[in-house]
Design a protein around this ligand. Structure first.
Ligand code: TXA
Ligand code: MG
Length: 315
C-alpha cells in the first residue's frame, strides 16, 4: 500500500480536489461506505476507477453531486424521484433517472446506459470535496470488485492504496452499508434496485409501496450480481451452532466464545455499521467458514441480509 492515508482536514481536502482535477483517484469518506472517487466528467479518470477495482465495465457507477440543484443538471427527475430527493438528500439514497443529453458526466460512468445514478452524500468531507472540485464525482465503494466494502480508511488503503493519490480518513462510516438505490419505472412507480442504508419502510413512508426489480418490467440493475461482498472464507447463514473450523458472527446475546457480535442489543442500525468490518476481522482469523446468526428482515435487516446472502453465494 503506497497511498498516503491522511486525516480529512481542510488542507487534505484541497490536495484531494487538486488530484481529482488532474484526473487522479482519491478515497473519500461517505456516511455509508468509503468511495473510490474520480472526476465523473473525465473519461480517463472513470476508466481508472474500473481498472483499479477490476470491475466489469457493464456495471455503471454512482455520480455524487452536492444536492438536488446539481442533480437536475444531469438528470430528469420524475415527480416520485423528486419526492425522494427532497426527503432523503443529502443522504444515503441513490436515484437512477433519465440522463440529460447535455450532462457532462462521461458515458463510461453510466456504462453506456441512457440512465444515470445520482447521490448527494451527507458526509461533511464528501460535501466539502464536491464543493472544492465543482464537478460530479463518480465513486463506487472503495474495494476491489466483489470483495467486502470498506467502512474504515485502512480497509480502502489495503485494497486500493496503489491506485489512488490520497486516502481521506474520517474514521469509521456511520451507516456501514451502501446507499439504497431506487429507480422509477415506465409507469412512474418507484423500484428498489438495491436495499441499502435507508430502510424500505422509510422510503415507503414517502412514496408508497416499492416495486421489486425481479419480475416486473423494471430497469435493469447491472450491479446486482449474485456473488458479491465476498470474504475469503465461505459464509453459512442462519447459523445457530458453531462447527469445527468456523468463526461465528453473532447478533444479540450469544453463548459462543470468540464470536464477534454485530449488535449485542439486537440493534439493526448498529449491526449495519459493524457488518463489513466484522466480516473482514473474522476473515483475517483464517477460519475456513464464517457462520452468521439469523438476522431479522425488517428495517436495515433487509440490506444486511442482502449483503450476507451475496457473501454466501456460490463463487
Ligand atoms: O453507498 C454507496 O452507494 C457507495 C458510496 C461510495 O456512495 N457507492 C456504491 O457504489 O456502492 P457501487 O458502484 O458499488 O454501487 C452502485 C450500484 C450498482 O449496483 C450499480 O449497478 C447501480 O448502483 N447503478 C449505477 N448506475 C445505474 C443505472 N444507470 N441503472 C441501474 N443501476 C445502476
Ligand atoms: Mg460496491
Amino acid at each position: 500500500m503506497t497511498a498516503v492515508v491522511v486525516s480529512a482536514n481542510a488542507d487534505a481536502i484541497d490536495r484531494a480536489a487538486a488530484a481529482l482535477l488532474h484526473g487522479e483517484l482519491v478515497v473519500m469518506p461517505t456516511e455509508t461506505v468509503y468511495g473510490l472517487a474520480g472526476d465523473a466528467t473525465n473519461p480517463r479518470a472513470v476508466a481508472r476507477i474500473y481498472a483499479a477495482k477490476g470491475r466489469p465495465q457493464f456495471n455503471p457507477l454512482i455520480s455524487h453531486v452536492c444536492g438536488l440543484d446539481d442533480a437536475l443538471k444531469h438528470a430528469v427527475l420524475s415527480p416520485v424521484a423528486m419526492r425522494l430527493a427532497e426527503a432523503f438528500w443529502p443522504g444515503a439514497l441513490t436515484l437512477v433517472a433519465q440522463r440529460r443529453t447535455e450532462s457532462p458526466i462521461a458515458e463510461l460512468a453510466c456504462a453506456g446506459l441512457s440512465s444515470v445514478a445520482l447521490r448527494a452524500p451527507a458526509h461533511p468531507v464528501a460535501q466539502a470535496l464536491l464543493a472544492a472540485v465543482g464537478r460530479p464525482l463518480a465513486a463506487p465503494s472503495a474495494n476491489r470488485s466483489g470483495r467486502l466494502s470498506p467502512t474504515h480508511a485502512r480497509h480502502a488503503a489495503e485494497d486500493l492504496g496503489d491506485d489512488v493519490a490520497l486516502v481521506l480518513d474520517a474514521g469509521p462510516c456511520a451507516m456501514g452499508v451502501e446507499s439504497s438505490v431506487v429507480a422509477v419505472d415506465e409507469a412512474g412507480r418507484p423500484v428498489l434496485l438495491r436495499p441499502g442504508a435507508i430502510s424500505r419502510e422509510a422510503l415507503e413512508a414517502v412514496v408508497g409501496p416499492l416495486a421489486d426489480p425481479r419480475g416486473v418490467d423494471a430497469p435493469a440493475s447491472p450491479g446486482m450480481l449474485t456473488s458479491h461482498y465476498a470474504p475469503r472464507a465461505s459464509v453459512r447463514l442462519n447459523a445457530v451452532d458453531v462447527r469445527p473450523g468456523e468463526a461465528y458472527l453473532a447478533f444479540g446475546p450469544t453463548p459462543f466464545a470468540h464470536a464477534l457480535n454485530l449488535s449485542p442489543s439486537r440493534d439493526l442500525t448498529e449491526a449495519a455499521a459493524n457488518l463489513f468490518a466484522h466480516l473482514r476481522a473474522l476473515d483475517a482469523t483464517g477460519a475456513a467458514c464464517i457462520a452468521v446468526a439469523p438476522i431479522p428482515e425488517t428495517g436495515l435487516g433487509e440490506a444486511i441480509n442482502d449483503r450476507l446472502s451475496r457473501a454466501a453465494a456460490a463463487r
